[in-house]
Ligand binder design. Structure first.
Ligand code: C5P
Length: 231
């Protein structure tokens, strides 16, 4: 896999114009974008189709947590837009993950990723919601569940990537947000890591947002990420 295809830039914007400005500036430096609920809701699904039509891959970060029938419908809608990745909450259980995987079969390029524990959560947040496990234990438990349900991969923090690679084997995707550039202070990510740390630990892709999209020079920022890979 080319290193440029392993960097996903998160377009966390409140409108189409700002997002397209970054995409235009990055050009061939980045061909993989994450569209989340904010941008999807603000700009509409046309933006996803337009990104795909312009030769980009799109990770549609829907974080689905619904009844299986509704999850399947949303996954089909994501596939119809041309998305390459879509997310479902592993905490929603086997049925919704299996429904997502079944719905994705009609779209050969679409991969279903299970969200384990969001990178902003800590052990005490898990205790608050009645989960008596460390974040690490919970991530691994949910990853096994996701794998058994047929998911193509998981979302996890860089700090769990190595153990996940052991558990999931070589074929699974491991996509890690919570990536910060060396020398910058972490934002609200509780379990951050550098691009190199994430990739060395076994991540297949990294997601980087504000460090690139809010940089004065987004192209230079993406190049820094790639340089940090050391691949
Ligand atoms: O922090 P950054 O702007 O790089 O975030 C990029 C993506 O990482 C966001 O779109 C979000 O989905 C994810 N993220 C996360 N946990 C956080 C912050 C961001 O999973 N605490």
């Amino acid at each position: 896999m080319k290193s440029s295809n392993r960097i996903i830039v998160a377009l966390d914007f409140d409108g189409r114009r700002a997002a397209e400005q970054v995409v235009d500036r990055l050009g061939d430096e980045c061909r993989f974008y994450k569209v989340g609920l904010e941008l999807l809701t603000a700009a509409g699904p046309d933006l996803v189709e337009s990104l795909v039509a312009r030769g980009n891959e799109v990770f549609l970060d829907l974080k689905l947590f619904e009844i299986p029938n509704s999850v399947a419908g949303a996954v089909r809608a994501a596939g119809a837009l041309g998305a390459s990745m879509v997310t479902v909450h592993a905490m929603g259980g086997t049925d919704i993950m299996a429904a997502a995987v079944a719905a994705a079969r009609d779209f050969p390029r679409l991969r279903v990723l299970a969200l384990t524990v969001v990178t902003s959560m800590t052990g005490s947040d898990l205790t608050d919601i009645g989960v008596n496990a460390s974040t690490e234990e919970q991530v691994l438990r949910l990853a096994r569940l996701a794998s058994n349900a047929g998911c193509h991969g998981v979302i996890a923090s860089p700090q769990e990537a190595a153990q996940l690679r052991d558990v999931l084997g070589a074929g699974s995707l491991i996509v890690t947000p919570g990536v910060t550039l060396p020398g910058t202070s972490p934002t609200e990510h509780a379990r951050p890591g550098t691009p190199r740390a994430a990739i060395t630990a076994g991540a297949s892709h990294i997601v980087v947002g504000r460090s690139v999209t809010r940089a004065e020079d987004p192209v230079a920022a993406v190049r820094l990420v790639r340089a940090d890979f050391g691949l």
